[in-house]
Design a protein around this ligand. Structure first.
Ligand code: C2E
Ligand code: CA
Ligand code: CA
Length: 760
């Protein structure tokens, strides 16, 4: 919920509570009070009405007494002289007295004289007679002072009677004087005028004064017998609730004013809050959103210079937070772009650098340096030494970089980038680095330290030549260099088509598949003794029947299998397969079986492991097994090799040194291996018999090996002249196309039978 909404609700609730308190707390008090005032007023009105009526009655009685207690009247009733009537009573007299009629009764109550006012409402004699008789009935027999209102057929009539006495009030009473006054419209109007109350008169219903609360006021009924002696009438009037009405309208007005005031307060509060708080907050929120959107840590909230309120303080604090964030960001960035150990920029730093130079230079010279076996150095010499190697490399790279850029892009990987450098400039630097590192290792006693260096001249003019491509190319070079023996410098340009690397990748995938899907087969090549002819043995040679590429030469895939470590599995398969297939033939034809073994199979012990197993499984005679070790591979771990040979010899297996002449081993070294057979590489035979140098060389070899008492196999004998030369100078066994190419098992069986038949 927004602040504005919350405030609106809060203010509205306050106003409602305030109004509610007034409405339910204060209002009843005022109303109660006003009603009380109204009640008092009603009572005053009643008093006033009663008093006016009493006054009327008194006036009438005074007039009555004036006339009734008077010698002239007394005499008139005694003697009935007309003189009294003529001189005292006229129409005018009645009008002045304010009465409608005067009736003189004698002592017996009979009418002596009566007179009625005529002009307003002339009454007939009969009517007058009825009224008089009605009144006399009411008065008789009592001649005392009486008064009352009675209900005549002309409406209520107020009457009063008094005994007629002498002027000194002495009796005996000669009769009764009655005065009548019609309670007509005029009378009531007169009364109303005097009391200022609209009175009505009606036959009595109540015996006491009664007040009834009505919508338009209080209806008051006053029975007239509270004033007059006998009467069946009551007067009624309505007293309007003036105070109550005033209070109500005052309260209404007050409430309205309060609401208007509240509304005004509400609006002014909203306005103030909006202008002072919310508008500024919205500004701040918008600016913060913008800052977040632009992700520019240098942006700050705008400030209101004239204000020092809490919001401004908040904005100020936020700006401080932003500043702190910017500092932290700079620190983190620096850390993110720099390697802590060497203080060189890292991969990110390099990428950043690349993006800044890319547009400005057509090509970039790149040197990637990767330590060989860095892990071993760490393990062997400790991490402290490992660190100093890295620091040393960093310092050398910095030394050579000139205007270029150096980065550490991995644990033991560095890069030197120099826009503008060519291969001719890069290669010497690579050589220097290799040499420097070797010198350092010598000085510090770190053995076997070497680097693999990849070089590339990367053209960045082409749009697809991105940073990733550059790094990818360097990866390829270094990978290739490592695969082909480490400790070397290789340029991308040397493997430019990339086909070799890609083929290797593809072959890796296919080799694994082939192992699982039985795509390999063994061919066998006879090794023969020419004079007299006999097949003395066979060499097992692996063939790969690739489902789509056809037969692939072992010269292509064996090195890959060696690199990938697949050779152990492959070698185990060859051993098991060859022994299994050849057990029968070997026995029958008194042959030996020659098997090729890679260095890796020796190093990981896998060959010896499977050999033992295979021999016991098949019962193959170990004396008929030859193991071929390549001369070039013998240069590795001598002790390991000696152990291997020792183990084989212990069970009677013979050792054959393959491809003699390709490697560079010394004779004394070979002697220490206790070899049984030397296989002279076909390269020595190629130039025979044409090449004099080759002939001399081969002749020398034969002499040497015969002297040493070693058996010899000459490989690659294809032509009869070659065979003749070998025969002339040695008693060497022959392996070559002259006799047979390597053939599948079935064909070998055929070959063996044929030759046996031939010589039988
Ligand atoms: P290698 O051990 O020197 O085997 C002899 C190679 O010389 C064979 O090639 C054979 O076909 C070829 N050869 C024999 N006589 C002649 C000839 O008169 N003229 C010519 N031009 N060549 C001849 P292949 O079968 O292609 O084998 C190549 C290499 O692959 C082998 O050389 C061996 O180093 C390796 N290899 C083959 N099978 C295995 C194996 O099962 N295990 C291991 N580790 N290596 C193997
Ligand atoms: Ca061989
Ligand atoms: Ca060979």
């Amino acid at each position: 919920m927004r602040i504005r909404t919350k405030l609106m609700i809060a203010v509205a609730v306050n106003i409602i509570v305030f109004v509610g308190v007034i409405f339910f707390g204060v209002r009843p008090y005022f109303i109660e009070k006003s009603m009380e005032q109204d009640r008092q007023m009603v009572e005053r009105r009643i008093a006033s009405v009663t008093e006016t009526l009493v006054n009327r009655k008194s006036t009438l009685e005074r007039t009555l007494v004036d006339w009734a207690v008077w010698n002239d009247t007394y005499t008139f009733v005694q003697n009935q002289n007309d003189k009294y009537i003529n001189s005292n009573i006229s129409e005018e007299t009645l009008e002045n007295l304010g009465v409608q009629a005067m009736v003189f009764l004698n002592r017996t109550g009979e009418v002596e004289y009566s007179t009625f006012r005529q002009e307003d409402s002339p009454l007939s004699k009969a009517s007058q007679q009825t009224i008089i008789s009605d009144i006399t009935k009411r008065l008789r027999p009592n001649l005392e002072l009486q008064d009352g209102v009675y209900d005549s057929e002309y409406g209520p009539i107020l009457y009063a009677s008094h005994p007629i006495l002498r002027s000194d009030s002495s009796g005996p009473a000669q009769g009764t004087l009655v005065m009548l006054k019609f309670v007509d419209v005029d009378f009531l109007a007169d009364l109303s005028a005097q009391t200022k109350i609209q009175l009505t008169i009606q036959p009595a219903q109540y015996s006491e004064t009664k007040m009834t609360l009505q919508n338009d006021g209080t209806e008051v009924v006053v029975p007239l017998d509270t004033v007059f002696q006998t009467t069946d009438f009551e007067v009624s009037f309505i007293v309007e609730p003036t105070h109550y009405q005033n209070t109500i309208s005052m309260l209404r007005l007050g409430m309205f004013a309060l609401l208007v005031l509240g509304l005004g307060l509400f609006l002014s509060l909203l306005w103030t809050i909006h202008h002072v708080v919310i508008r500024r907050l919205i500004e701040i929120v918008d600016e913060l959103k913008q800052i977040t959107l632009e992700r520019d840590s240098r942006l700050r909230l705008s400030r209101d210079k004239h204000s020092r309120d809490e919001i401004e303080q908040m904005a100020m604090s936020m700006n401080e937070v932003l500043s702190a964030l910017e500092d932290t960001r700079a620190e983190v960035l620096d850390r993110a772009f720099r390697d802590a150990l060497t203080q060189l920029p890292n991969r990110l730093g390099l990428e950043d650098y690349f993006s800044t130079v890319r547009g400005r230079h057509g090509r970039i010279g790149v040197i990637g340096l990767d330590l060989d076996d860095f892990r071993r150095i760490n393990d062997q010499y400790g991490h402290r030494t490992g660190d100093s190697v890295l620091i040393y490399i960093a310092s050398r790279l910095n030394f050579y970089k000139e205007a270029g850029f150096v980065a550490r892009i991995g644990a033991d990987e560095f890069m030197l980038v120099h826009p503008g450098w060519t291969l001719e400039q890069l290669q010497p630097v690579a050589r220097h680095l290799t040499k420097d590192l070797k010198d350092w290792a010598d000085v510090n006693g770190v053995k076997g330290m070497a680097v693999t260096i990849g070089i590339d001249v990367f053209t960045c003019a082409e749009p697809h030549h991105t940073y990733e491509i550059m790094m990818g190319r360097l990866d390829v070079v270094i990978h290739e260099a490592k695969m082909s023996g480490k400790n070397r410098v290789l340029t991308f340009q040397e493997i430019e088509d990339g086909s070799h690397y890609l083929q290797t990748l593809e072959m890796e995938r296919d080799l694994r598949h082939a192992l699982e899907h039985d795509e390999f087969e063994l061919y066998y090549q006879p090794i023969v003794s020419p004079r007299p002819f006999s097949v003395r043995g066979v060499e097992a040679l692996i063939r790969w029947n690739h489902p789509s590429k056809g037969q692939i030469s072992p010269g292509l895939f064996i090195p890959v299998a060696e690199q990938l470590g697949l050779i152990s599995d492959l070698g185990r398969w060859v051993l098991e397969q060859a022994v299994m297939e050849m057990t029968e033939q070997v026995k029958r034809h008194h042959l030996f079986l020659s098997i090729n073994v890679s260095k890796r199979q020796i190093a990981d012990g896998s060959f010896l492991d499977s050999l033992e197993h295979v021999l016991t499984e098949t019962g193959f005679d170990p004396h008929r097994l030859h193991v071929e070790i390549t001369e070039s591979e013998v240069g590795g771990n001598l002790y390991e090799l000696q152990q291997f040979i020792h183990a084989l010899k212990a069970i009677g297996v013979k050792i054959s040194l393959d491809d003699f002449g390709v490697g560079t081993s010394s004779l004394s070294f070979l002697q220490s291996l206790q070899l049984d057979i030397i296989k002279i590489d076909q390269n020595f035979v190629k130039g025979i018999p044409e090449n004099t140098f080759d002939r001399a060389l081969l002749e020398g070899l034969y002499q040497t090996f015969h002297t040493l008492g070693l058996d010899i196999v000459t490989e690659g004998v294809e032509r009869p002249e070659q065979l003749a030369f070998v025969l002339e100078h040695s008693s060497s066994l022959i392996q070559g196309y002259h006799y047979s190419k390597p053939v599948p098992l079935a064909q070998l069986e055929h070959y063996l039978k044929q030759t046996v038949m031939m010589y039988d």
